[in-house]
Design a protein around this ligand. Structure first.
Ligand code: NAP
Ligand code: ZN
Ligand code: ZN
Length: 335
């Protein structure tokens, strides 16, 4: 058994306390990772506060994990000690269903195993990345290319892939008009990635407070949704809207901003149900869709393309603590 230091919440109210957790001894295909950085995702907060349902406390959140392999199981072929690696939102899946076969493990028909707060195949409760070490089967580990610093890589493992996947699925490209709703952790990644893919990007934020940042991140336009004029000016104008908001918003108002055949994709995951006025869909053959993180192959593909040295992607890599806090795990060990 491997003992890791960790930060856990013991109730919905918190606060975080330093504790120790057990990681399983390495199975044949497992790798042991010394975690260097862990990003803070809003999903960590939704989960820890019980907003998505009951939680087994203590809970160690964190699913934007970047670190170094320090030990490998006897049959591991993909990784060696010293490799720079990442782990995202899931650590296992059935491996047999059609979705797993197609590299869409996040949509495993038996349910993927979440990096924290889930029961794994050994019957253990999973604990996440706000900790010094984690043991993960090699198929759910990705390689972080040398050109990407580990602290910058961490947020790509959830915020990055969660926005990259729908942008790529719904064809973000030159000539496409894309709106990103909410400029938080996911939103700032979405702006950078959509811009890097060549789309014309508009940020729809609650106010204009972050306008300068949004434009620096690569947005072409920036509007405040608190201003009703925004909804009149932009009516019918987008091919794709990516909603990254962590709270309930008026979906129908945003649907009215889509052009004919436009799609609004929800990646934000508030606990309350969202309601839709069907007339905002049927009037212009619009779609309302959802998307969850991305597959392992796709995550690796994103990291490789993010490593390509061109100006647009370099901006994706620039760590921006204003929009994603990343925990330096080494400071935890010294406490
Ligand atoms: P975040 O950093 O807190 O950003 C959320 C943004 O939403 C805020 O920055 C804010 O943007 C906007 N917002 C917040 N409250 C709002 C309100 N009441 N009305 C309008 N806008 C509001 O969170 P995050 O880490 O990016 O995560 C965003 C959501 O995505 C969470 O619900 C998270 O659980 C979910 N998520 C889903 C997936 C998936 O696989 N689908 C993966 C990761 C995260 P402005 O200040 O610009 O308005
Ligand atoms: Zn996340
Ligand atoms: Zn499966």
């Amino acid at each position: 058994m491997i003992i890791a230091n960790a930060r856990a919440v013991f109730s919905q109210e918190g606060p975080f306390k330093l504790t120790t957790i057990e990681r399983r001894d390495l199975e044949a295909h497992d790798v042991l990772i010394e975690i260097k950085y862990a990003g803070i995702c809003h999903s960590d907060i939704h989960t820890a506060r019980g907003e998505w349902g009951p939680v087994n406390y203590p809970l160690v959140p964190g699913h934007e994990i970047a670190g170094i392999v320090t030990q490998v199981g006897s049959s591991v072929t993909k990784y060696a000690v010293g490799d720079r690696v990442g782990v995202g939102c899931m650590v296992d899946s059935c491996g047999k269903c059609v979705n797993c076969h197609n590299g869409e493990e996040q949509y495993c028909l038996e349910g993927n195993t979440g990096t924290y707060g889930a029961i794994d195949r050994y019957g253990h409760y999973t604990q996440g990345g706000y900790s010094t070490h984690i043991v993960v089967t090699e198929d759910f580990v990705v390689r972080i290319p040398d050109g990407i610093e580990l602290d910058a890589a961490a947020p790509l493992l959830c915020a990055g892939i969660t926005t990259y996947s729908p942008l790529s699925h719904w064809g973000a490209a030159p000539g496409k008009k894309i709106a990103v709703v909410g400029l938080g952790g996911l939103g700032h990644m979405a702006v950078k990635i959509a811009h890097a893919m060549g789309a014309e990007v508009t940020v729809l934020s609650q106010s204009l407070k972050k306008k300068e940042d949004g434009l620096k991140l690569g947005a072409d336009h920036y509007y405040a949704t608190s201003d009703p004029e925004t909804f009149r000016t932009l009516a019918g104008s987008f091919d794709l809207i990516l909603n990254t908001v962590s709270a309930k918003i008026d979906i129908s108002a945003y649907l009215s901003l889509l052009a004919l055949d436009g799609t609004m994709v929800n990646v934000g995951a508030p606990a309350e149900p969202l309601s839709v006025n069907v007339f905002s869909l049927i009037g212009h053959r619009r779609s309302f869709a959802g998307s969850m993180i991305g597959g392992i192959r796709e995550t690796q593909e994103m990291l490789v393309s993010a490593n390509q040295i061109d100006e647009a992607w370099e901006r994706v890599l620039a760590l921006d603590v204003r929009y994603r806090f990343v925990i330096n795990i080494s400071t935890m060990e010294n406490e």
